[in-house]
Design a protein around this ligand. Sequence first.
Ligand code: ADP
Ligand code: MG
Length: 227
Amino acid sequence: SKVKLQQAERIKVVGELAASVAHEVRNPLTVVKGFIHIFKNESNLTTSQISSLALMDSELQRAEKIIHDYLSLAKTNTTDLEKIDMIELCNHVIYVTESYALLKGVTVLNQLQDTYYVTANRSELSQVFLNLIKNGIESIDEKGTLTLSSSKTKGYVQIDITDTGKGMSEEEIQRLGTPFYTTKDQGTGLGTMFCYKTIGHLHGEIKVKSILNEGTTVSVLLPLCRG
Ligand code: ADP
Ligand code: MG
């Protein structure tokens, strides 16, 4: 529809603009990072200098993460498509996010099963699940669970990511995926935007069901590979 097209065009422009800025900012950061590493190796540093350097390092890492979020927006490696086992890919993302979940007191229940092949760009699809799993973990204030499950419906594989987190109102669900919408102190509001864009390109769909103060299920549907 016309509205959808306008939305896609807006996302494209925002993405390209953001990416060009992000790219320019990355170079000076690299220079600063290099000097931090040189100073770290000085032999007669005081304790407070050492902790300041550590702080500089972690803040730089945070800046790099933000830049990464912005850069991934403009990229679409639709040329680098391959046949991917979705379950294997999700298992890998779960493995990568395990320590983050542990740190946040979140128990991850992996109920993924069977083998489902899709055609996609591997790193982009990993980024989609990384973003969604991270959002699930971050929605949980204290203890909670994140459950991943898989199923097949009419030529599509469906992955459900369910959290017992803070949930979203109908309004909040509507704002999901729009540029810069975030409720987090250190959020960029670009994660879900990237997910919608990438899954849209692959002719898939993202569905969100949420109840305030109870939790959220995000479902990713992708067409199954033929043959
Ligand atoms: P960011 O994570 O940087 O804030 P996202 O685009 O990933 O950006 O998410 C946008 C906003 O949507 C989040 O700040 C949060 O308010 C909301 N949100 C996303 N996923 C969930 C979830 N699983 N549960 C509750 N709120 C969520
Ligand atoms: Mg996010």
